[in-house]
Ligand binder design. Sequence first.
Ligand code: ATP
Ligand code: MG
Length: 694
Amino acid sequence: MRIGVLSHRGTEATYRMWSPTADYLTRQVQDHLFEIVPLNFDRVDPTVAAGEVDFILVNPGIYVNLEVRHRVSRVATLNNKIGGESHNQFGGVAFTRSDNRDIHRLADLRGTRFMAVDKTSLGGYQMIWGELMDIGIDPRQDLSSLSFGNTHDNVVMAVRNGEVDAGTVRTNILERMANSGQIDLAEFRVIAPITTDNFPFLKSTHLYPEWPFSKVQHTSNKLAQQVAIALLNMPTDHSAAISGNYAGWTIPLDYQPVHELFRKLELPPYNISKKFTLRDVVKRYFYGFILGSILLILLVMISSWILRLNRELRKAKLCLERQHTLILNSVADGIYGVDDSGNSTFVNQAMEKITGWPAEEIIGKNQHELLHHTRADGSPFPACECPVYATFKDSVPRIIQDDIFWKKDGSSFPVEYASSPLKDDKGKTIGSVVIFRDVSDRKKAEEQARQHLNELAHVTRFNTMGGMIAGIAHEINQPLTAIATNAHACIRLLDSGEDQSEKVSDIIEKIGAQAERAGEIIRQLRSFVRKEEPQRLMVNINTIIEETILLLAPEAKKSQVSIELNLDKTLKKVPIQTIQIQQVIINLAQNAIEAMSEVAENQRHLTIATAAAGNNAITVSIADTGPGIERKVAEQLFNPFVTTKTRGMGLGLSISKGIIDLHKGSLFLNNNSSQGATFRFTLPLNPGGELNAK
Ligand SMILES: Nc1ncnc2c1ncn2[C@@H]1O[C@H](COP(=O)(O)OP(=O)(O)OP(=O)(O)O)[C@@H](O)[C@H]1O
Ligand SMILES: [Mg+2]
């Protein structure tokens, strides 16, 4: 059995004092061997908690802690041997010098210099502290100074020497020191002395029980009983008692007064302050409190800064949004955004106005289904072919010049629009933005201009023909003369009565061919002066040129101009209004023929050539060997009414330019005065097609 003993005087002394008591118990209690385990102050609690001892002998202060925390229970109380007598209680005594006139009652200690033995000393501090608290004095605050002398003797001497005004020690100390001649009791006066029967020593406090011998929780009651009986039976003069400097044991005393004292002084295990004030917190966690306060202030500052920043950001955002909306709404073109599923994300006011769809009805809806469902020719427009969809799929911007959108009221309008990819911060395409313009007015104006041009072209064709008609009439006259001559020859052959049928059929064949030739020229003439349907046909430009030559040839012949054709046979077909293009060729050729009248007859050559111009267009050039064009005239050549001819109207080139523009091609002059002039025009193969904006 292990008996833990508080070793307040060192391990050696503890063994020496208490081993005889252990041996005594080993002898008295059968079948058990007792041994002493000296424990310093710090080891007591963990050792008991771990159940490493079976009994424990400690001072009353520690005992009440163990009782509360580990449920140890006392089996006997020590009889202390004091001055040859046995006492199982002790107290504290407060005293001052006998010549001190001010201190008589405990209340007089307020504001004095006071010395006690140690903070943890029950008799040498805590008992008198309890008495002072009862009369409202807190020695930690209400004294002018509170010091600790570490030993009882030091306290007594400090009071005697006047280092302090008063002091406290446990009972019997003054008497012991007086007996040993260290002091004279007459030098001291006990403050507020209390007398108790059977207690001979001077004291100022109540009495409290001496050290208890206790069993820990796991020790059986039966063994505890056997130990208690053995201890109580120990004679006061037993050698074990003498070694331990005590006078045997008595029945366990009541330790409730110690509990109450500790509760009053808020000492462990009762150190949970009931009144836990802010001041206590500050005192106990001063640095934490300061740090916490600084952090709190910082936090408040940062929070208010963030709040302000947030407010400013929100204001800036609002301002930006307002500006953004203002800009969007001040644009006359319709603007809307679509996400990557094709649903509208925003629209501007112009878009609402143009389409008739209010923002709330279009946002979040599929734009293609609302605006773009049907093509101009009435066929359905599948979303997968929509350029806006294509834009957010391949992130390539597009400009579409010829399309239609549908309004809420079911009508459509011509549009030209640009669809650009909309990217997020990381550059990922998340949709597209479409800017569109209702081009109804422009289309109307274009249509009017086209009609005007058509009319004008038609009128001027008559004029052109006027100049060419003599030559053409002559040209037709030739086959007619040949037909007449051949017809006469036929008649003669038939009249001869011989069988000339073979010859006759040869001649009739020639007549047919001549009639065919004359008929073709007239057909061309008729088609040239008729009003053309405004539709484009896919035709081979070389054929058009060859047909046009039929009309030009007589004029050229008359003016002694040779015509050379240099045609690229591999050309693709182009969409054109044939008569208009014919008119351009005739205008340019006529100008060339007229210009070449100024040069020698044998140097009049007209060359008409065709070639591909890249993959998407063809080019036609009409070159002459005339004098070329003066720079001054060249600058305004294509303006109407610019002419150097007395009978010219100055309309040929301006009409030609208008026609080529309508075909989305271009007409220009390559002038070289030494070699004559070359006019060139291009015609796109796909004029209405999609143009990528890059
Ligand atoms: N191949 C050419 N060589 C030299 N000058 C030319 C040539 N083609 C045009 N010009 C000049 O440009 C002018 C304008 O030509 P344009 O065909 O528009 O009118 P025009 O021939 O004078 O009259 P018209 O209305 O009868 O055609 C001509 O008057 C002529 O001076
Ligand atoms: Mg002309």
